[in-house]
Write a protein that binds this ligand. Structure first.
Ligand code: PGA
Ligand code: ZN
Length: 435
């Protein structure tokens, strides 16, 4: 560790509100040289069963039990005492100390929300102390040896269903992905233009253009195929056919009941629903499907990957919960070929970086992701660039908590002018061309 590293002097925390207006945790870490860093923790709605614990007060008199005053107190008490005096640049050491102090396998005692807030704020403070941009500091702090900088392909969630909206659609997210673009900036532009075209189309159909939790529209369309058709038409109208592709996040654990997948009211086995997805994918050139099956349907995932893995990126979100142990099983059993990465599913930056490294080593694609409940914190933009993750999922080009990440990427791209390239289709499978 460089000798000049500043030490953690004190830690503050606050109960703030997320993009849904529900409480979440923020923390600030101050170092001995005066450098300071803050971070806000996101929160999911379609939360995986196996995620690390988000500590909530349960006091029904405040925020319907969703307050986070206990997590805030844990930060300012036990965690602050434990990390005081630690070398701020030793992110792995700091995270290991906090996880050990918690002492549970799922960070259930002190709360993953409390631990993550300190983990991220400390990284920011250390980057400020080193006077380096966060993405560059993270790469150095974790000893990542790459001289290439890659801007991730944005996966823009433009139609919201499932738990994120009352559209009545089973599938939670319909995304557009600029797989062929000369730069991140131009890729984002194509996504934003298609979003506006989609809005006009929905209006013309007398559909609502009010948005769901991640900024996507939430029209009451009858079938999933109808959504895909409108999206394909919007892409074509924008002149981006073959350049912008479709992707889904089914969050299928939410429609898995008594051993069957209830899609559009019909109960299906995992093999049957795989055929439905395959037909959608073939018709509309879908490049990836996240959580097509339940989070514990390991056998179904394995069969689906054997069948469709050459054509589609099958992304484990609730399946893997950013947990290196669950990922190791998935790699061994060939359960999927990609992983969604969410910091608060595992609760420290270091374990998150480990999950990405393990996945990349195994040839899995990695997608750095927001949560449906977000803050203005754009940490994941820097993280995606630091790790050359190849893709980022952070909602529609709408609502500032989503745009904060995309705008940060624009800033990073301009800072790295001439030194960075755009990931484009690198993280996605060679899907059949859209018909
Ligand atoms: P969540 O949704 O943040 O509500 O879990 C995002 C996702 O499922 O990817
Ligand atoms: Zn998901």
């Amino acid at each position: 560790m460089p000798a000049r590293c500043a030490k953690i002097e004190f830690v503050r925390a606050l109960e703030i509100l997320d993009s849904r207006g529900l409480p979440t945790v923020s923390a600030s870490v101050v170092l001995s040289d005066g450098a300071e860093g803050s971070a806000g923790v996101p929160s999911g709605a379609s939360t995986g069963e196996h995620e690390a614990v988000e500590l909530r007060d349960g006091d029904k008199a405040r925020y319907f039990g969703k307050g986070v005053r206990a997590a805030v107190a844990n930060i300012e008490g036990e965690l602050a005492r434990a990390v005081k005096g630690l070398d701020a640049a030793d992110l792995a050491g700091l995270d290991a100390k906090m996880a050990a102090l918690d002492g549970t396998p799922n960070k259930g005692r002190l709360g993953a929300n409390a631990i993550l807030a300190v983990s991220l704020a400390a990284a920011r403070a250390a980057a400020a102390s080193a006077k380096r941009p966060l993405y560059a500091f993270l790469r150095q702090a974790y000893g990542i040896k790459s001289d290439r900088w890659i801007l991730p392909a944005p996966m823009l969630n433009v139609v919201n269903g499932g738990k994120h909206a009352d559209s009545g659609l089973d599938v939670q997210e319909f995304m557009i992905v600029p797989t062929e673009a000369p730069s991140f900036r131009e890729g984002l532009r194509s996504g934003a233009e298609i979003y506006q075209i989609l809005k006009k189309k929905l209006s013309a159909m007398k559909m609502t253009t009010a948005v769901g939790d991640e900024g996507g529209f939430a029209p009451r369309l009858k079938t999933h195929l109808e959504v895909l058709e409108i999206l394909a038409a919007s892409i074509a109208e924008g002149g981006y056919q073959g350049k912008v592709r479709l992707a889904l996040d089914c969050a299928a654990s939410e429609y898995f009941k008594d051993g069957k997948y209830i899609l559009e009211g019909k109960p299906l086995t995992s093999a049957e629903i795989a055929d439905v997805y395959a037909s959608w994918a073939l018709k509309h050139g879908i490049v990836s499907i996240e959580d097509p099956l339940d989070e514990d349907d390991w056998a179904g995932w394995k069969a689906m990957t054997a069948k469709l893995g050459d054509r589609l990126r099958l992304i484990g979100d609730d399946l893997f919960v950013t947990n290196p142990k669950r990922l190791a099983r998935g790699i061994k059993e060939k359960s999927a070929n990609a992983i969604l990465i969410k910091l608060n599913q595992i609760g420290t930056l270091t374990e998150t970086v480990q999950a990405v490294a393990d996945a990349q080593k195994a040839g899995f694609s990695t997608v750095i992701s927001h949560r449906s409940g977000e803050t203005e914190d754009a940490f994941i933009a820097d993280l995606a660039v630091a790790l050359n993750a190849g893709a980022i999922k952070t909602g529609a080009p709408c609502r500032s908590e989503r745009l904060a990440k995309y705008n940060r990427l624009l800033q990073i791209e301009s800072e790295l002018a001439g030194k960075a390239s755009y990931a484009g289709s690198a993280s996605f499978a060679a899907a059949a061309p859209a018909r």
